[in-house]
Write a protein that binds this ligand. Structure first.
Ligand SMILES: Nc1ncnc2c1ncn2[C@@H]1O[C@H](COP(=O)(O)OP(=O)(O)OP(=O)(O)O)[C@@H](O)[C@H]1O
Length: 986
């Protein structure tokens, strides 16, 4: 499956630029046909033939369709592909590779078209095929490999191992699944390139950029895999160093910059001169990386970009010559594929058969050796040979002759590839020699054998010790070169590791510094906070102390209050006792007075009795008057006595009338007193209400504990006043009702008295009439003498009868009067008793006060003092309550502040702990990193943030629409015709 194929060389001439036109340059080229260009200038006159020559009018699609389209097919078929652009600065390399405008279908270059072609092909391919596309982007500047997707990696080493061949170690490969993603990768690379060059004050034209696309495909049915790798290389300007005008240090730099190009030329020379057995791939990073592309496993296209102007004729000729040389390079492209399971099984079977043959051969040889060792002889015709033991038909694979071994070493090949996973299948793949053949990937260079290494070291030592120059064999020279390259690689790798370590060290140092600062500031903050906390604690202590003091003051006040309350209660008790005593005294006095009054009343009743007696006397007189008969003197005496009795009764009635009037006066006085008491009561009520209001206001302001005392006091006062008022009110009501009753009774008594008077007057009139009649009878008796005795007797009898009738009437009337009088007297007595009771109650009230005043002359003052004290205490209590409230507020505020500070302290302490633990974790991490670094020097170094944007995860794409269709980005205009760096700016 390997094919020998020449590098395809295409020449492209750009249109003359403004500088060339200005400088009067003329065209020195003559496009004779599609493959030949004629040059006519001072440097050279003649023609050059390439695979194709494109003139200044060539479009981008024309270049792509001819030069690249097949390469894309090759890559999909599992070949490695390479496209180089070679030419002087400004000759159109970037224009060709990237194009002037990625979004312009006419102007975009080879790479965007390839990317588009890759994804179109994936879509077109059958769905049984699974693809993975990876991209990487690097540049080589002054022999240092920089990862353009991870610019921190500025000096990547080139490695070589059996599994991977030659590769750039640590180069970032990102998985891409769409055109846009590839463009993004290109833009990011271009951007990083611009930044790097701006930092270094360098020119992009002095570096080689390599855009690498790897396409892995797997047939999901057969399990077969293929891998194609495409290198798209935009080389640095190939102009001669002298033409750049560089001197001194700059010249040295320019030489170094050009080292890769020189090495490229050397490799091409070696590959094409037909004599060289050694190809100096290892002379530069560029040639090492592109080892497979030049004379190896790759389908390679070289585009040589030239100027048509006479101004750049020398460079153009040089470029054309380079192209001519490269044209004759022969590559051996092979399909990079893994074996399918069936193939692997077949190979295994063959290998096992081979092993059996080898074992048989070895056993036979060992038998022969044994004979030789035991001093025996084996005839030459009996020598063990492969043919004899295994048979002629079996493939002779294993034992290689010394000459074969040395030739293998000369060819730079080495041990057989142990890994079968990614070997290339050569034309003789079915042969057993496949396993033992040198790696088909010529990028993989083996280690030298011990003998060769020893020899090379000896010669190296000899050359260093200043001994005469030894003419080394080709093999030795090659070994030296290889060794030198290895050492260079190791140096680059170590340099890379050193750089990474330094970066990490710097990072760790920064972190350490940051942590130190943080820790210091935390400690400072913690100290500040602890100082603050101490101050707060002190303040809190102070507040607590003040609070305690205030509590003590309140307690002492409360104690004083209690004492005063107790004193007040005591006084009140005393007052109550005094009142009780007074009331007891009063009750005694009252009883006495009552007895006196009752006695007086009884006396009054005596007068009534007198009256009754008078009446009885009157009756007796009347009776005796009747009994007296004719005894006039007796009658006169009786009448005189009756008159006296009447006068006495009249006097008595007059006295009673006066008494009634006195009683009426007293009644009015009592009414006035009642009104006075009423007014006092009203006043007291108002005072009480005021006090009550004050108490309510005080109540609201005082604390609960103090309120209890005050409330008690108030309650007591209130009860006292209420009781007092109630008793006074009831007394007043009683007095008023008594007064009304008494008035009514008085009016009744007056009525009765009036009736009695009228009856008395009637009686007096009758008595007068009787006296007159008696006198008349006496006179008539004197006139008549004894003669008319009968008539007189009759008359007397008549009179007597009349007198008897009168007497009976009188007795009846007296009886009625007596009954009425008795009832009246009873009534009057009752009334008198009531009046007396009222008077006594009033007097009792008065006497109570008077007695109190008399017995406790200082009581009112004391009461006033007590009230004043209570008022003062209330005031003090109010103040204390206010103070207490303020203190409580301050305390709660201080408590809150303290709480907040404590929380803050806790938070800071936690933070400090966190930071300490973080610092410890960092330290641990640093130690771990150090140990890991010590253990594994090949550890991957951290990548920068802009790199992480790209996917490091495989994105398998399915053929036949499994992938996203290519997206055509929006059209953009660029000021530059070669837009590579413009993308980076986007
Ligand atoms: N075929 C072409 N048609 C039109 N313009 C072109 C062509 N080739 C190059 N140019 C223009 O010439 C200028 C230089 O081209 P370019 O930057 O590609 O050169 P270069 O070889 O890559 O230079 P350097 O080595 O400095 O990178 C650009 O402005 C580009 O647009």
């Amino acid at each position: 499956m390997s094919q020998d194929n020449n590098i395809k060389v295409v020449a492209r001439f750009r249109p003359p630029n403004s500088l060339e036109k200005k400088s009067g340059g003329t065209s020195v080229i003559d496009l004779e046909d599609e493959t030949t260009v004629g040059i006519k200038c001072d440097e050279h006159t003649g023609s050059f033939t390439f695979d194709r020559v494109f003139g200044p009018d060539t479009t981008q699609p024309q270049i792509y369709n001819y030069a690249i389209h097949d390469t894309l097919e090759d890559v999909f078929n599992g070949y490695n592909g390479t496209v180089f652009c070679y030419g002087q600065t400004g000759s159109g390399k970037t224009f060709t590779m990237m194009g002037a405008d990625i979004d312009n279908d006419e102007l975009r270059g080879i790479i965007p078209r390839i990317v588009e072609g890759i994804f179109s092909k994936i879509i077109e391919s059958p769905p049984t095929l699974e693809y993975m596309v990876k991209a990487s982007y690097m540049e080589i500047y002054m022999e240092r490999i920089r990862d353009l997707l991870n610019p921190e990696e500025a000096n990547l080493p080139v490695h070589e191992d059996k599994a991977n061949g030659v590769y750039v170690k640590g180069l970032m490969e990102v998985f891409v699944s769409s055109i846009d993603e590839v463009y993004q990768v290109m833009r990011q690379g271009a951007k990083n390139r611009v930044v790097a060059y701006t930092n270094m004050n360098a020119e992009s034209s002095r570096s080689h950029s390599i855009f690498q696309i790897t396409i892995e495909q797997k047939d999901t049915v057969s399990g077969k895999t293929k891998m194609g790798r495409l290198f798209l290389v935009d080389l640095a300007g190939s102009e001669k160093v002298g033409k750049t005008g560089a001197t001194g240090q700059t010249l040295e730099e320019a030489k170094k910059i050009n080292k890769s190009l020189s090495a490229l030329g050397m490799v091409i020379n070696a590959l094409t001169d037909g004599k060289s057995t050694h190809i100096p791939y290892r002379d530069s990073k560029l040639t090492r990386i592109l080892q497979e592309s030049l004379g190896g496993n790759s389908r390679t296209t070289l585009i040589i970009n030239c100027s048509p102007s006479s101004f750049n004729a020398a460079e153009t000729v040089s470029t054309l010559r380079f192209g001519m040389r490269a044209k004759s390079i022969k590559n051996k492209a092979k399909v990079n594929q893994d074996f399918s399971p069936a193939e692997l099984k077949l190979m295994l079977k063959k290998t096992r058969a081979q092993c059996v043959s080898f074992q048989t051969y070895i056993t036979a040889l060992e038998g022969e050796v044994k004979i030789w060792r035991s001093g025996g002889m084996v005839e030459s015709e009996n020598y063990v040979t492969w043919d004899k033991v295994v048979g002629k038909d079996k493939p002779a694979a294993a034992p290689s002759t010394p000459s074969a071994k040395s030739s293998a070493a000369r060819a730079g090949a080495s041990t057989p590839r142990a890994s079968m996973s990614r070997s290339s299948v050569s034309a003789g793949a079915g042969n057993a020699a496949l396993q033992l053949s040198p790696t088909p990937n010529s990028m993989r260079v083996s280690s030298p054998t011990p003998t060769l290494l020893h020899e090379s070291l000896m010669s190296e030592i000899g050359s260093r010790s200043g001994s005469p120059t030894i003419v080394m064999s080709e093999d030795e020279r090659e070994e030296f070169l290889r060794r030198e390259n290895e050492l260079n690689d190791m140096v680059a790798e170590k340099d890379h590791e050193l750089q990474a370590s330094l970066r990490e060290c710097a990072l760790i140092r920064e972190e350490l510094e940051f942590l130190r600062n943080e820790s210091q500031s935390s400690i400072k903050r913690s100290e500040d906070m602890s100082t603050e906390a101490t101050q707060l604690k002190l303040e809190l202590e102070k507040v607590k102390f003040e609070h305690k003091e205030a509590e003590m003051t309140i307690e002492s006040m409360a104690e004083a209050n209690r004492e005063l309350t107790a004193e007040t209660e005591k006084l009140q008790q005393q007052i109550t006792e005094l009142r009780n005593t007074a009331s007891e005294d009063d009750s005694t006095d009252k009883e006495k007075e009552r007895a006196e009054r009752v006695a007086a009343m009884v006396n009054g009743m005596d007068s009534a009795r007198d009256m009754s007696r008078h009446e009885a006397d009157m009756s007796d007189l009347l009776r005796s008057l009747v009994e007296a008969g004719d005894d006039d003197s007796k009658k006169i005496e009786i009448i005189k006595r009756a008159r006296r009795e009447r006068d006495e009764a009249l006097d008595m009635i007059q006295g009673k009338d006066d008494d009634i009037q006195n009683l009426n006066r007293k009644n009015s006085e009592l009414a006035a007193k009642c009104a006075d008491i009423d007014a006092k009561y009203e006043k007291l009520l108002i005072e009480y209400e005021e006090m009550l209001e004050q108490s309510i206001v005080a109540d609201e302001q005082q604390s609960t504990r103090d309120n209890e005392t005050i409330n008690d006091l108030k309650q007591k006062l209130e009860d006292h006043y209420n009781n007092k008022i109630a008793s006074q009110k009831s007394q007043l009501d009683m007095a008023l009702s008594d007064l009304h009753r008494r008035e009514e009774e008085n009016s009744k008594s007056a009525e009765i008295i009036r009736e009695l008077r009228s009856e008395n007057r009637e009686l007096a009139a009758k008595v007068e009439q009787l006296e007159e009649e008696k006198a008349k009878q006496e006179n008539s008796a004197v006139v008549l003498g004894g003669g008319d005795v009968t008539a007189a007797t009759e008359h007397a009898m008549l009179k007597e009868r009349e007198m008897g009738i009168m007497r009976r009437e009188m007795a009846q009337r007296i009886l009625e009067y007596d009954t009425m009088r008795k009832s009246l007297m009873r009534d009057v007595q009752n009334r008198c008793e009531k009046i007396i009771e009222l008077e006594m109650a009033l007097d009792e009230q008065r006497s109570q006060n008077a007695q109190l005043n008399r017995r406790n002359p200082n009581q009112p003052q004391r009461m006033q003092l007590l009230e004043k004290n209570v008022a003062q205490l209330t005031l003090m209590q109010k103040e204390l309550v206010v103070q207490n409230t303020d203190l409580k507020k301050e305390l709660s505020l201080a408590n809150r502040k303290l709480l907040a500070r404590t929380e803050r302290i806790t938070y800071l302490e936690t933070r400090l702990d966190d930071m300490n633990s973080q610092a410890e974790a960092w330290k641990r991490k640093a130690d771990e990193l150090q140990s890991i670094r010590n253990q594994d020097s090949t550890r991957p170094v951290p990548t920068s943030n802009n790199v992480l944007r790209f996917s490091r995860i495989a994105k398998p794409l399915r053929g036949g629409g499994g992938a996203a269709p290519p997206v055509v980005a929006e059209e953009k205009t660029s000021g530059r015709t070669s837009g590579f760096f413009n993308w980076g700016g986007n």
